[in-house]
Design a protein around this ligand. Structure first.
Ligand code: AMP
Ligand code: ZN
Length: 467
């Protein structure tokens, strides 16, 4: 299996540290709001990576954190006049709902930064003992960046370039060097804090991940992953901390997904050009979002658009309809030996499975893997019917289901997928009525009637049933 490693900038053969096992850490979201669909990209992509390893028989220990102490969480807590934990707990719960909707498996462990402070204090102490960190007068603990000889190996930056980039910035506080970064910082009024040998305060962001990875996966892990904006400084700093403290190579493979864009700009909270997963779920079944994300290679930028979402929905419905038809054939097809011709179909199925696997093993090329699934669906639609043997129908059906399952696509969910459509139409009709666009409202009612959907106005709103 080939994995593109950001460290070497090449595709490398995947060799696990321990045979049959994969230890992987994926940086999770900062929980101060609903997640947006940009944040959903790494969740979907690396869940698919995990699922493929599991399909290949690996035992995957998958750890993904929630960053539950951060300036943005604290600001939101102040805004609402509540404790920071109220904010983080609320959005962790909401994030888990979104993950479930996108069929992202729960991680083996979802650690919370605030529950791992002890480990952070220990790692910072080790770094100070080894001369890689120092306490400034105000109690801030900094990492001594220049001391770590490999600094820049992940982001392929050298210290001189970094230095140049810093020229404009004044040395703040008591830093020895402008490249030094924070491991521990003093509390400010009203902020959550913990006691430490240096000051009452809280951890820097980078140390959290180094410590959570160490706690749940050990000093050496196979894969560390996240969005490409994390390469620098977050992952570079994690390497500096973990390798200096543990004296071992931290992660063998570093995987990074490209951005989800909108109008060719990164979707982000700060630019305000985002859709939350929750908003998308009002219009589409989240399986459509998942399928859309996987329709591109994870290292290619992906532009979000309504057209591409529609195309993804149609593609998905095509697959699910084929599986549904095979299921409907099953009770009535004859339990007989496969004919010569069927054996031919069977071997074409095997070839397509091989094509699918080869795509996934080429750095998880889900776009090509999905093409193989479409070819399989085409084969099913043209070569399997009521005259087929039960063995063939079963074999084609379970193959499509198995390959979809690796992509996290639930093949039985066709009705729900279409239900989302119906609800979107009903909503549009309500709006049309409000806008006094009765022609459009009637048109939607007719469209729905043609699909066998009956509408009823009730006190709680519009209810619908299938005729
Ligand atoms: P954050 O909560 O900003 O730390 O982001 C959580 C995860 O989402 C990180 O792995 C980010 O790299 C990733 N991420 C954020 N925005 C995008 C985007 N527009 N496209 C892809 N990944 C993103
Ligand atoms: Zn991280």
């Amino acid at each position: 299996m080939k994995v593109f490693n950001t460290l070497s900038r090449r595709k490398e053969e995947f060799v696990p540290l321990e045979p049959g096992k994969v230890r992987m850490y994926v940086c999770g979201p900062t929980v101060y709001n609903f997640i947006h669909i940009g944040n959903a990209r790494p969740m979907i992509v690396f869940d698919t990576v995990r699922r493929y390893f599991e399909y290949k028989g690996y035992d995957v220990n998958y750890v993904s954190n929630f960053t539950d102490v951060d300036d943005k969480i604290i600001n939101k807590a102040i805004e609402e006049g509540v404790d920071a934990s109220v904010i983080s707990e609320r959005y962790i719960a909401e994030c888990k709902k979104d993950m479930e909707g996108m069929n992202v498996k729960p991680a083996t462990t979802h650690p919370l930064a605030t529950e791992e402070i002890h480990g952070m204090l220990k790692m910072i102490e080790t770094l100070i003992e080894k001369g890689y960190a120092y306490k400034a007068e105000d109690g801030t603990v900094y990492y001594r960046t220049r001391k770590f000889k490999d600094y820049g190996k992940l982001s392929h930056k050298n210290l001189e370039d970094l230095q140049a980039g810093h020229r404009e910035i004044k040395v703040v506080g008591e830093k020895e060097d402008e490249l030094d970064f924070v491991l521990w910082k003093p509390k400010k009024d009203g902020e959550p804090y913990w006691e430490s040998p240096w000051c009452d305060g809280r951890p820097g962001w980078h140390i959290e991940c180094s410590v959570m990875a160490k706690h749940y996966l050990g000093d050496e892990i196979d894969i560390h992953a996240g969005g490409e904006d994390l390469i620098f400084p977050h992952h570079e700093n994690e390497i500096a901390q973990s390798e200096a403290a543990n004296g071992k190579e931290f992660a063998k493979y570093w995987m990074h997904n490209a951005f989800l864009n909108i109008d060719n700009r990164k979707m982000s909270k700060s630019l305000g050009n985002f859709f939350t997963v929750r908003e998308i779920s009002e219009k589409y079944d989240l399986q459509v979002l998942r399928f859309f994300m996987l329709s591109a290679h994870y290292r290619s930028p992906l532009n979000f658009s309504a057209e591409l979402m529609e195309a993804s929905k149609n593609g998905l419905v095509r697959i699910l309809t084929a599986v549904e038809r095979l299921g409907e054939l099953l009770p009535s097809v004859a339990d007989k030996e496969m004919t010569e011709e069927e054996l031919g179909v069977q071997s074409q199925v095997k070839e397509l499975v091989a094509k699918y696997e080869a795509s996934m093993e080429d750095d998880f090329n889900t776009a090509d893997a999905i093409s193989a699934v479409f070819e399989l669906v085409k084969l099913a639609n043209t070569s399997v019917d009521e005259k087929s043997s039960k063995a063939l129908v079963e074999s084609v059906k379970t193959t499509v289901e198995r390959l979809c399952d690796v992509l996290g696509i639930i093949t039985e969910k066709k009705e729900e997928l279409l239900d989302a459509d119906i609800e979107a139409l009903i909503e549009e009709r309500q709006q049309a009525r409000k806008d006094k666009n009765f022609a459009r409202a009637d048109e939607i009612r007719d469209t729905l009637a043609a699909k066998g959907i009956l509408l009823k106005d009730t006190r709680e709103g519009v209810k619908w049933t299938r005729a």
